[in-house]
Ligand binder design. Structure first.
Ligand code: FES
Length: 159
């Protein structure tokens, strides 16, 4: 499906571009706006971003595939990223991860039938001191245990 930025987001991007020395340097920020609008970064989104920034689609693809914050397929309203890197793993991340998978009945990269939750296993998110942790969209939840995870999912399910 063709993707075009809304007028509002084009204005936002204009402001973003002023902060960068080149259009190419703004690719991450522009992708972020695109993801906010579209929910994920599709091939059409990448094409539009490339066109706008006068760079190649491959340049955009390189960024999208490198950073886990960009969704390469439709994500749920709440995208859960579970860190299973060393610090989190040593403090029970896999217990949390398996629990979430079972509770939501989805696997890595999956999305619930009602599109409320999606799940992704990720590398370190820089919050090792408060491991284990997960991110829900942009919010970090730290020093977790199974009870806290249940509370988080429970509270989000009701929204
Ligand atoms: S290892 Fe999980 S946040 Fe660093």
């Amino acid at each position: 499906m063709e993707f075009k930025f809304t007028e509002e987001n084009l204005a936002k991007i204009e402001g973003i571009l002023k902060k960068y020395p080149t259009k190419k340097a703004a690719v991450m920020a522009v992708l972020y706006v695109a993801q906010e609008q579209n929910g994920w970064i599709s091939g059409e989104v990448m094409k539009e971003v490339a066109l706008l920034l006068k760079i190649t689609t491959e340049d955009v693809l390189g960024v999208v595939t490198f950073y886990t914050m960009y969704h390469q397929k439709p994500a749920g309203k709440y995208h859960l990223q579970v860190c299973t890197n060393v610090s989190c793993m040593l403090r029970g991340a896999y217990k949390l991860y398996d629990h979430i998978k079972e509770k939501l009945n989805i696997d890595n990269g999956g999305i619930t039938g009602d599109s409320v939750f999606s799940l992704e296993e990720v590398e370190c998110m820089g919050s090792c001191g408060t491991a284990p942790m997960i991110a829900v969209n942009e919010d970090y939840y730290e020093s977790l245990n199974l009870e806290k995870v249940d509370q988080i999912i429970g509270s989000l399910s009701g929204k």
